[in-house]
Design a protein around this ligand. Sequence first.
Ligand code: FM0
Length: 324
Amino acid sequence: MRQGKARTHTNIALIKYWGKADQELIIPMNSSLSLTLDAFYSETQVTFSKEFTADSFYLNGAVQSAAENKKIIQFLNRARKLGKTTDFAKVESQNFVPTAAGLASSASGLAALAGACNEALDLQMTPTELSRFARKGSGSACRSIFGGFAEWQKGDSDETSFAVPLEAAGWEKELAMIFILINDQQKDVSSRDGMQRTVETSVFYDGWLKAVNEDIETAKKAIAQKDFKLLGETTEANGLKMHATTLGAQPPFTYWSPNSLVAMNRVRELRATGFDCYFTMDAGPNVKILTKKNQVPALIEELKQTFSPEQIISAAAGPGLEIL
Ligand code: FM0
């Protein structure tokens, strides 16, 4: 029996990954840039044993269905190949999310599984190799190997597509992200399906590709210069461009719900009154607000006029992969 356990934190993209050039290896169409957070994380233990007769996957103690197992089993197959074993595995994962709010993340889950497999099978991967490995489980997972800011450099092959940490001289510690949880719409198009549909059918996808490289460069410049306004404006605009592509897909779709728009408008209003705050959204209705840590208490007070306290969660920059 061989066992490994790891913890990784969720990351939120400021410049989004949206579209795959290679479905099997998860090579993206564009580079992306994220901030790893401290508030949400996964702890995953994997056990490989000759005694098991099948792979199994438990999330927060509950056995998962075949559909949820698919991603995990495909990933375990890659791990077995690298570790030259045919043993089945038991994966036990805990998601630490402040509320049951649909923030369970494949990014932190698959990154933790990559770290756990590395330990269990003694694969001795470097952080770069772990990022490549995690990428093949879920694209955004490759960025959660690192703390703080990370850039997933798209590359054009398995070898060249991985995340790198972005040095910010500690600036990330001054930043925060406030989550506004919007629960009024079921997530009915997964990020995986949504991005594929967009790449294949959206008449706006070319516009996305045209814009995103420049957004990455601008965001990196903003980080290097500790220019919050530039980083915020670039983040907000990039997220809106990603979401615009979904409206041009066939069939069209959107991740926005009425209350997402309420939250976005609130952020614009608060900005007009002097707060440093910008929003972004992923493949669901929640709105995430990039701000400065020292403005979080006052911002939360303001947000409570529109949203209930349970809908508001704040996070600061978090660490990279930890072996447990
Ligand atoms: O995180 O098909 O990693 O850059 O969150 O598993 O590779 O779940 F909503 C946009 C994340 C997509 C942007 O997609 O997809 C981002 C998104 P997979 P993911």
